[in-house]
Design a protein around this ligand. Structure first.
Ligand SMILES: [Fe+2]
Ligand SMILES: [Fe+2]
Length: 407
């Protein structure tokens, strides 16, 4: 085997538990070999004559258990225990200490330092075998628990991932379903969601929140599902009372999304969960939905307080909604609609810049200006397919929107 190991390296069996003896006197190991000869199918023996050699053997040979003398020149058996207990991998190997019968203080120190057992010299073969079997059982049980834990962790990771992906997919499908009633394309949802994330990234938002924000932003106009066709699909400008109805999409979206599924606030949701939640707040609040509800309600507010539906201003408008407001308007400006041509990128950027401090949060506009290259990349990635023949389920139609620039 390897040159770092001392002693004759006799293998009594290739299939038994691996036992490493650490003792500076080779005679002790030879005595052990003789004593354990009848158990050669059960234990494979090796020796190391110093702590450094023992550590090398533990790393390379991976013994099932170690039997170490306490008193050795230079580094002692206690040093070996100290080093192994501080090492995540080596600490899993149980160490039995060999002590002289008079060394009672040393025995206590050895147990305190992490030894699993003590053997007094001289050692009787029966005692040694009993202690070795106990240490091997301990190690195998520990290995089993670790393997089980790893398997369960992986299972939880995969299930969590599946749950997250099905959750994200449901959100996107809901958003696309909303867009189907509107003049816009599913590409609008993706572009606004990713543009929102690109701007938020410039504001220092962390990766996990960016993903939540993207999902929430995709639902900004979901309230349009509650707007009557006669208004939503009307060609030409809206009458004032029709505009009021159209502006109601913000509150409708909020009503749809504010249902607090995560906290079990909805009795209906509890009835369709399997297994049903226990009483009390056992599940965390649904952060994406509460963010989406805020965005749906406030994405048409303006920084100066002249927006709708609440007229909130400045920092009273949730930051997520202030970001979506910029992304939504910029997306609308950059894309042709049946009722308007697309702006050039320069003109669209200038329009957003001009709105800083009145329509938009100046800090968000500054982040947007830094994010423009990333936003344009998103627009290219989610570009609409070339227009095809009109279909019956998504009629092309000119219509007045609730704002001239954003959906
Ligand atoms: Fe909207
Ligand atoms: Fe929109």
């Amino acid at each position: 085997m390897n040159a770092d190991l001392d002693g004759p390296q006799t293998l009594l069996s290739e299939t038994g538990a691996r036992i490493l003896f650490v003792d500076d006197e080779p005679g002790v190991f030879h005595g052990m070999q003789r004593a354990l000869r009848p158990y050669r199918t059960e234990f494979v023996l090796r020796s190391a004559q110093s702590v450094p050699h023992a550590l090398a053997a533990m790393r390379q040979w991976h013994p099932t258990a170690v039997v170490s003398d306490v008193a050795m020149p230079e580094k002692s058996g206690l040093d070996l225990l100290r080093i192994t207990s501080a090492d995540e991998t080596l600490s899993r190997i149980p160490v039995i200490m060999l002590t002289g019968s008079a060394e009672s203080d040393l025995k206590r120190k050895a147990l305190d330092s992490g030894a699993v057992d003590l053997l007094e010299k001289p050692i009787r073969a029966e005692d040694l075998v009993a202690r070795l079997r106990s240490a091997v059982r301990l190690r195998r049980y520990d290995d089993h628990i670790r393997t089980e834990n790893t398997r369960l962790e992986e299972q939880v990771r995969l299930r969590t991932r599946a749950l997250e992906s099905s959750h994200a997919e449901m959100i996107l499908r809901l958003a696309i379903a909303g867009e189907f009633r509107d003049r816009e394309t599913a590409g609008h949802v993706c572009r606004v969601a990713h543009a929102t994330a690109a701007i938020a990234e410039q504001l220092g938002v962390n990766q996990s929140t960016l993903h939540q924000l993207m999902q929430a932003a995709a639902l900004h106009d979901i309230g349009k599902i509650g707007i009557p066709d006669s208004i939503l699909l009307k060609p030409g400008p809206l009458e004032p009372h029709e505009r009021t109805v159209m502006e109601g999409h913000c509150r409708i979206g909020w009503e749809v999304l504010r249902l607090d599924v995560g906290t079990g606030a909805s009795p209906f949701v509890n009835t369709i969960l399997s297994p049903p939640p226990k009483a009390g707040p056992t599940t965390p609040a649904n952060d994406v939905m509460s963010m989406a509800a805020d965005i749906a309600l406030h994405h048409h507010e303006r920084w100066d307080g002249t927006g709708y539906p609440t007229g909130a201003r400045q920092s009273d408008i949730p930051i997520e909604a202030r970001i979506v407001a910029v992304a939504d308007v910029f997306e609308a400006l950059c894309h042709a609609r049946p009722y308007k041509p697309a702006f050039t990128v320069d003109r669209a950027v200038a329009t957003i810049e001009e709105g800083a401090g009145t329509h938009f949060d100046p800090t968000v506009v500054a982040a947007f200006l830094r994010a423009v290259p990333a936003v344009l990349q998103v627009f290219r990635r989610f570009a609409d397919a070339a227009p095809s023949a009109p279909t019956t389920h998504k009629p092309a139609r000119p219509a007045a929107d609730h704002t001239p620039t954003a959906a």
